[in-house]
Design a protein around this ligand. Structure first.
Ligand SMILES: Cc1cc2nc3c(=O)[nH]c(=O)nc-3n(C[C@H](O)[C@H](O)[C@H](O)COP(=O)(O)O)c2cc1C
Length: 373
C-alpha cells in the first residue's frame, strides 16, 4: 500500500464522528489543559484535559479559587469553545477528587471521560453520562472483561476502550517483570481485546503507548484498531502546558535517558516512566529528600478500606512525591519543588517543538516533519 496516499478513517464514538482517529492522551499534572485539548479538538482529533491536580493548576493560572468540580467543568467547557470534540482523563488513583472531576466534566458536556490507573468499575454509576462517552483504559484483556461484566450489571457498556501498552508515558498497567514480555507488546495485546470489544457490542478499540508516526497509525489501523491515543508527541507541542525546561529535556533526551522507575517509584504503586536525569528523580535516587507531602491527591486504601494512604507521605525512601514533582513540571511552585518529568519510550525521537496544527498534519499524512532524529 502507498502510505502517502492512505487516508485515515474517521473515529466514531457514541454517535459522534471525529475527523481523524487520533485521541490526545490526558497528561497530568497540568500538561494537557484547554490550550492543548482545544487545539487538538479544532484540528479534528479528540482533545483530552487531565484532571490531575486541576483545581490547584487552574486556580493559580486564573487567579481565582476553583474546587475540583469547578475546575474540571471550566477546563472542559473552555476546550470546546472553538469547536470539535474534547473530554477529560480522570485517574482512579486520584480517589479523593475522582467523582467531583467526573461530574464537572459531565456537566460541562464533555464528549468523553477516559479513565484508568485503576479499574474504573463504578464510572457509569456516578451520574447519568447522557451523550458523554465513558471510556476505560486497560492494559490487558482480563481487565477489559472485568470492566464489561461490572458495567453490564450497571446497565452500561463501554463506548470505546483505550488499550495502553508498556511503551506509554506516565503510569504503566504492568508489573516491572511484565513490561518487556513479547506477549505484552501492543500489537500482541490488541487482537484479544478487539475480540472482547466485539463480544460486548463492537465498541471502538483505541491503542496507545509508543505510537509515534503516521506510519505507526496506519499500521495499527490496518491491524483493525479504530483509533490511537498519543501522549508524548502532544507533550512536545507549543500548546502543551509543560514548562519550557521540560520540553527542552524531551528534545535533549537520548534513548538511554528514558527509564521505568519503580524503587524509588510512584506512590500509586505502578511503574512510572521518567527521564532519569530530571531533578526530582535524581534526588529520589539518592534517597535524600525528606517527606513533605502537603497535597494528598494520590491516596490508596487503608486497612478499613478508606482512602487515606500515600506512601510518599510517610517516607521518601522508596517513593518520589509525585504530586509536587509533576506540579513543578507544569510551572506550579517551581522554586520550591524539583520537577519530575514523565515521557513515553519514544520521546528521544523528538527533535523540535511544533504546533498542534503541524503535528496533526504530520500524523494524518499531510505533512512530513519531525519524523526522525
Ligand atoms: C507527560 C505525560 C503525562 C501523562 N499523564 C496521564 C494521566 O494523567 N492520566 C492517564 O491516564 N495517562 C497519562 N499519560 C499517558 C497518556 O495519556 C498516553 O496514554 C500515553 O502517553 C501514550 O503513550 P505515548 O506517550 O507513547 O504516546 C501521560 C503521559 C505523559 C507523556
Amino acid at each position: 500500500m502507498d502510505l502517502a496516499k492512505q487516508t485515515l478513517p474517521k473515529l466514531v464514538i457514541k454517535g459522534k464522528t471525529m475527523p481523524y482517529p487520533i485521541v490526545q492522551g490526558g497528561m497530568g499534572v497540568g500538561v494537557s489543559l484547554a490550550p492543548l485539548a482545544g487545539a487538538v479538538a479544532r484540528e479534528g482529533g479528540l482533545g483530552i484535559v487531565s484532571s490531575a491536580c486541576i483545581d490547584r493548576v487552574i486556580s493559580k493560572r486564573d487567579g481565582k479559587r476553583y474546587n475540583s468540580y469547578e475546575a474540571a467543568y471550566a477546563e472542559v467547557a473552555l476546550s470546546k469553545t472553538s469547536g470539535g470534540y474534547a473530554g477529560i482523563n480522570v485517574m482512579g488513583a486520584l480517589a479523593r477528587d475522582y467523582n467531583d472531576s467526573v461530574k464537572g466534566a459531565l456537566d460541562a458536556g464533555a464528549d468523553a471521560v477516559i479513565s484508568g490507573a485503576g479499574l474504573p468499575v463504578s464510572l457509569p454509576s456516578i451520574q447519568n453520562p447522557k451523550d458523554t462517552a465513558l471510556i476505560p483504559i486497560v492494559s490487558s484483556v482480563r481487565a477489559l472483561e472485568i470492566i464489561c461484566k461490572k458495567w453490564e450489571k450497571l446497565g452500561y457498556r463501554p463506548d470505546a476502550v483505550v488499550l495502553e501498552g508498556p511503551l506509554a508515558g506516565g503510569h504503566l498497567g504492568f508489573r516491572m517483570d511484565q513490561i518487556d514480555l513479547e506477549e505484552n507488546r501492543l500489537e500482541n495485546l490488541f487482537p484479544p481485546v478487539k475480540d472482547v470489544a466485539r463480544k460486548y457490542g463492537d465498541f471502538p478499540v483505541i491503542v496507545a503507548g509508543g505510537i509515534y508516526s503516521y506510519e505507526d497509525i496506519v499500521s495499527f489501523i490496518k491491524m483493525g484498531a479504530d483509533g490511537v491515543q498519543m501522549g508524548t508527541r502532544f507533550l512536545a507541542t507549543d500548546e502543551s502546558s509543560a514548562t519550557a525546561e521540560y520540553k527542552q529535556a524531551v528534545i535533549d533526551s537520548t534513548e538511554d535517558d528514558i527509564f521505568v522507575a519503580n524503587d524509588p517509584g510512584s506512590p500509586c504503586g505502578l511503574p512510572f516512566r521518567v527521564l532519569k536525569h530530571c531533578p526530582m528523580y535524581a534526588s529520589a535516587l539518592k534517597r535524600l529528600r525528606p517527606p513533605k507531602c502537603d497535597k494528598g491527591y494520590v491516596l490508596l486504601k487503608d486497612k478499613e478500606g478508606k482512602f487515606t494512604v500515600c506512601h510518599a507521605k510517610e517516607s521518601n525512601a522508596h517513593h518520589f512525591c509525585i504530586c509536587n514533582g509533576l506540579l513543578s513540571s507544569a510551572g506550579y511552585n517551581p522554586d520550591k519543588e524539583e520537577p519530575l518529568y514523565t515521557v513515553g519510550q519514544n520521546a528521544y525521537r523528538i527533535n523540535k517543538i511544533v504546533s498542534v496544527k503541524d503535528l496533526m498534519e504530520e500524523l494524518t499524512g499531510r505533512l512530513a516533519v519531525n519524523s526522525a532524529k
